[in-house]
Design a protein around this ligand. Structure first.
Ligand SMILES: C[S@@+](CC[C@H](N)C(=O)[O-])C[C@H]1O[C@@H](n2cnc3c(N)ncnc32)[C@H](O)[C@@H]1O
Length: 642
């Protein structure tokens, strides 16, 4: 689990304040060491505080990590005067602590100046915009070592030997050392808490029959369950040496799954489905990561502003933020805010949209070009449509479709707020494309899915998803993907691209759907997504073999990238197909798909549980609802029909 944290940790260049804080921490440690006898009480206090905070961190997982990180980042975002005030407040708090420890004071005024100089960049030249956006928070780029060498007084002369030695040139090196120390310290803390490295699984980690019976009668002891899960994972990792005599791997896995269900609250069905995606140790990391929501992120609307300007405006309002990562030029991560982030003047003016980082990925893969015709098949509430529109700089045309009329309201609202003027909203069952309209340069199918990638956001998924969902949803996804392929113009000069994405990590909704499309439409091939992050898609899974090119698809997990679980596949249409002018209705397509699947034995049980009688009930209900929404009495409509 230590490794998860290490992996999740985003390595950013330190700000002067971060550096200062780390320096102080180091200095403090050294002083404490030398004054052991006097400081022993103080040391215990600090230790206790650390342990407390670590325990809390453990309980809250990455949320507290984010918070602590946020705290360390707080000053980094203090660009302008208002924010400097808050930075000063923070520094003043630190200052008091420093005085208590007999540590030197920091010249706050100078510190603020230096801080400002770090972010000062008068170069507003539009031509340099891209570079600026890319590097805008990169300390290495922003900090002019030569120039700022004179700014050393920022660090008081009284700051001790280390700080005297500190200059702009060696700051990075020293900072790296401190980073390493910090990381090691964090890992130690983690180990201390879980005892994971020392933890030798007990020989009798699995409960006996009597113990099981006793446990069934008592309230679950979460601490015991947690320890047992860690122990079982250890045994499974080295079963040959650690497995108890007379116990099989299955015995351990079964117990682990029961514990996962009990500890994290999943149904056995879903726990097993998700568990099977990973090694036991990684599965535990995945389940843990699902206990917390991902960081709040926003996307800069480049139709209205630049990320640098937006960041500055938000910082002025007391928002602590930083760029999401090097893979996006438009994303900002919010650590905390003194104002509601969904109601700032900048928000209302459409300068940004609240959007999960993972949601950027399919649009980056789609790579929309100016003046193209693009279809967003399942677009509401429009996070991706508006991003597509922005990348096209409001040229060409984006068709934003969603089958759910109610959801198109938020789609329209976002399109208006963000000032997208190249967008047409439509409300079709996307399986009707290309009958509605075809010949697109690019299509994004951000498909409806089970949401197993966003459990951190929606805990209800843990218990609401059933086996049937993983039959019906992929069935719809397959139909939608074939429609998407059929609606793209293979002769498109700039495109011929289809991007398929889901916020599910289930293979049935991801690789299986992609593989199905490759078999059904030989006129498409998978291509590189162009995404800088992501794990390769599975080419085989539990006995199922997929086309080798499925490796080009990308998977995202909360425990590896600290983003929602996500899947992205990018296709290129390499030739026209007889299906291009497919005029079949969705129902006809569905029947044809069923027939094909049955004939080829591709999907086995995929369609077997469909029940026409049950369907009829749902269709009637939805017709009734639709009439009611229109203000028509269904009974009256019925008698009129007669
Ligand atoms: C994952 S959400 C899309 C999110 C959206 N792309 C965004 O970034 O804001 C899936 C959408 O698919 C829509 N949907 C479900 N079935 C559909 C169908 N047959 N045709 C078109 N849209 C459908 C749902 O109403 C839902 O809005």
């Amino acid at each position: 689990m230590g490794s998860r944290r290490a992996k999740n940790k985003q390595k950013d260049p330190p700000s002067i304040e971060e550096f200062q804080a780390r320096k102080d921490k180091k200095l403090k440690r050294e002083r404490e060491k030398s004054k052991k006898s006097i400081a022993s009480d103080e040391n215990n206090k600090v230790k206790k505080q650390k342990t407390d905070s670590r325990s809390k961190q453990k309980v809250n997982g990455a949320r507290s990590k984010t918070k602590s990180k946020k705290a360390s980042k707080e000053d980094k975002t203090s660009i302008t005067e208002d924010s400097e005030d808050s930075a000063l407040e923070n520094s003043q708090t630190e200052e008091v602590e420093h005085r208590d420890d007999g540590l030197p004071e920091v010249d706050l005024e100078e510190l603020s100046k230096a801080k400002k100089s770090l972010f000062d960049d008068d170069d507003d030249d539009q031509e340099d915009e891209d570079d600026e956006l890319k590097d805008e928070f990169d300390l290495e780029q922003e900090y002019d070592y030569e120039e700022d060498a004179d700014e050393q007084p920022v660090f008081s002369d009284e700051e001790g030997i280390d700080l005297e030695d500190l200059n702009a040139a060696n700051m990075e090196e020293l900072s790296r050392k401190l980073d390493e120390e910090n990381a090691a310290e964090e890992q130690d803390a983690e180990k201390e808490l879980t005892g994971a490295d020392q933890l030798q699984p007990r020989a009798d980690v699995l409960p006996t029959q009597e113990e099981e019976e006793l446990m069934a009668q008592q309230a679950p002891d979460l601490t015991t369950i947690r320890t047992r899960m860690i122990e079982i994972v250890k045994v499974l990792e080295d079963f040959k040496n650690l497995g108890a005599e007379g116990r099989s791997r299955t015995d351990y896995t079964d117990r682990l799954l029961k514990d996962i269900c009990e500890y994290f609250g999943y149904t056995p069905f879903l726990a097993e489905k998700l568990f099977n995606l990973f090694s036991p140790a990684e599965a535990l990391e995945f389940f843990e990561a699902n206990e917390i929501s991902r960081p709040i992120t926003i996307r800069t609307n480049t139709l209205k502003t630049r990320r640098r300007d937006l960041a500055q405006a938000l910082v002025n309002r007391g928002v602590n933020l930083q760029p999401i990562g090097p893979w996006t030029k438009v994303g900002l991560q919010i650590f905390d805010s003194q104002v509601p982030i969904g109601a700032t003047p900048e928000y209302l003016a459409g300068q940004y949209i609240l959007q999960a980082a993972s949601s950027f990925l399919p649009v980056v893969a789609l790579d929309p070009q100016e003046n193209e015709r693009i279809l967003d098949m399942a677009a509401a509430p429009g996070g991706k449509t508006t991003y597509i529109s922005a990348l096209m700089k409001n040229t060409g045309c984006v068709f934003a479709n969603d089958a759910n009329k109610a959801r198109t309201k938020s789609l329209i609202a976002n399109i208006h707020r963000l000032g997208c003027t190249n967008t047409i909203v439509c409300n079709y069952d996307a399986r009707e494309f290309p009958k509605v309209i075809g010949g697109f340069d690019r299509i994004l199918l951000d498909a409806p899915c089970s949401g197993t990638g966003v459990i951190g956001k929606d805990q209800s998924v843990k218990v609401s998803r059933t086996e049937k969902d993983f039959i019906q949803i992929p069935h719809l996804q397959k139909q939608l993907l074939l429609s998407a392929i059929d609606s793209v113009d293979s002769h498109s000069k700039s495109g011929g691209i289809i991007v398929y994405s889901t916020c599910s990590v289930a293979v049935e909704e991801d690789e299986s759907v992609v593989d199905y499309a490759l078999r059904k439409r030989p006129n498409v091939k998978l291509v590189e997504t162009g995404l800088q992050i992501g794990k390769e898609g599975f080419t085989s899974f539990r006995g199922k073999k997929f086309h080798p090119s499925v490796k080009l698809t990308r998977r995202y997990y909360p425990h590896t990238y600290n983003v929602d679980g996500f899947f992205v596949a990018k296709f290129q249409k390499i030739g026209p197909s007889p299906h291009d002018d497919n005029q079949a209705t969705p129902r006809e397509k569905e029947l044809a798909a069923r027939q094909e699947a049955l004939e080829e034995g591709i999907i086995h049980s995929d369609f077997s549980t469909f029940n026409d009688e049950e369907d009829k009930k749902y269709i009637q209900k939805s017709q009734k609802n639709s009439l009611l929404k229109k203000g028509i009495n269904p009974k009256a409509a019925k008698s009129e029909k007669k």
